[in-house]
Design a protein around this ligand. Structure first.
Ligand SMILES: CSC[C@H]1O[C@H](OP(=O)(O)O)[C@H](O)[C@@H]1O
Length: 354
């Protein structure tokens, strides 16, 4: 098996005194890293999608909380933990849908439970945030390996948004199989939906896959059905932002459309997501908070107004695909399918036991 080498971009790096962040709003024209020193800048980077993608949001928020806490001057452990809770809640409020944000912040808070001093707490927070990133990279690689087994050579696969390397620690979730396929000289053809309104597919997925030398074709979201029909798309794979215990899955707006098309065309529809994207506290997708974003994301394109001033706008950033339309969920533990309620409950039990 030939091993090929190529660039797989990273979204964020811990730099002790600051966070180094790939500004995803500047891509694809500019691949620029910015330095974040304050928690307010981390909050703003998440809110304005300078960093986006469920795992990448969680990792960045964890770095932001650890960095801010490293600068606290409170000597009292009680006062330190009170301020940590306040700033944890502040970061958690930056975006509502991706559960990885609160999952990562809760993990840092839990890591601090047994500390005996402020200095120990500061060290534990940094180590836990770094550990989250290290684990996520391996998790994504495992998702890629499990996902790649589902595809045949030269298969044509559709995706939406960007669930790539820059949406995670590295490799991505939905795009991870394509990176591993490229490493193994296993040819696949990817059809990427541009992903209105902020074009994560056009700006980010096309950029990532072209950099890796993956055969990627860009289409508009409205072309999905005709492309499946005309180009013989044989599978669809997307990322996820929050998965309920029954398997209902929130992902970028337009994902549910693709799941319905997969059912209509009789092709598999896969979700790729780590266990950290499962929200074991909610039973169904009806409980998933759906972020609604600035109407100007729709009424403007590239800084130019494309809709009449004052027009009513509905701009949900995510939709929820009912579990019945999901062929399988590709996790680091393997592909789960069938009765998601039972299988996910089993995963929850395993995770809780570890
Ligand atoms: C690997 S999670 C990526 C996930 O996040 C995206 O949303 P956003 O760009 O708004 O953060 C999209 O839902 C992707 O599937």
């Amino acid at each position: 098996m030939t091993q090929r080498s190529f660039t797989i971009p990273r979204s964020v790096e811990w730099k002790e005194t600051h966070i180094l962040l790939l500004d995803q709003q500047k891509l694809p024209a500019l691949s620029e890293y910015i330095e974040l020193y304050r928690i307010e800048d981390v909050w703003e980077a998440i809110k304005t999608l300078k960093v986006r993608g469920a795992p990448a949001i969680g990792i960045t928020a964890a770095f932001g909380l650890a960095l801010s806490a490293s600068q606290y001057e409170e000597d009292s452990l009680t006062e330190f933990k009170e301020r940590l809770q306040e700033e944890k809640d502040y970061l958690a409020g930056s975006r509502p849908t991706a559960v990885n944000l609160t999952w990562a912040l809760n993990r840092l808070a839990s890591a601090c439970k047994g500390v005996q001093s402020v200095n120990e707490a500061k060290t534990v927070l940094i180590h836990e945030a770094i550990q989250i990133q290290v684990e996520d990279e391996e998790t994504c690689r495992q998702i890629g390996a499990h996902g790649l087994k589902l595809f045949s050579r030269n298969e044509r696969i559709m995706t939406i948004c960007n669930a790539g390397s820059i949406a995670t620690a590295r490799y991505g979730t939905a795009l991870a199989p394509f990176y591993l396929a490229q490493e193994q000289d296993f040819p696949l053809q990817v059809y990427a939906c541009e992903t209105r309104p902020v074009f994560q597919g056009a700006r980010l997925t096309a950029w990532e896959l072209m950099q890796a030398g993956v055969d990627v074709t860009l289409i508009t979201d409205s072309m999905a059905a005709f492309t499946i029909q005309q180009k013989g798309i044989s599978a669809i794979i997307t990322g996820a932002d929050r998965i309920a215990r029954n398997g209902d899955t929130a992902n970028k707006i337009g994902t549910f459309n693709l799941a319905l098309l997969a059912r209509a065309f009789g092709i598999p529809f896969y979700i790729a997501a780590p266990l950290s994207t499962f929200d074991f506290s909610i039973e169904t997708g009806a409980e998933i908070p759906i972020e609604e974003r600035d109407p100007e994301e729709i009424t403007f394109a590239a800084g130019t107004r494309i809709a009449p001033e004052g027009v009513a706008v509905y701009n949900p950033a995510f939709d929820v695909t009912p579990a019945e339309f999901i062929t399988g969920i590709i996790t680091e533990k393997g592909v789960i399918s069938g009765n998601y309620q039972d299988v996910i409950s089993g995963l929850f039990a395993q995770t809780a036991a570890n």
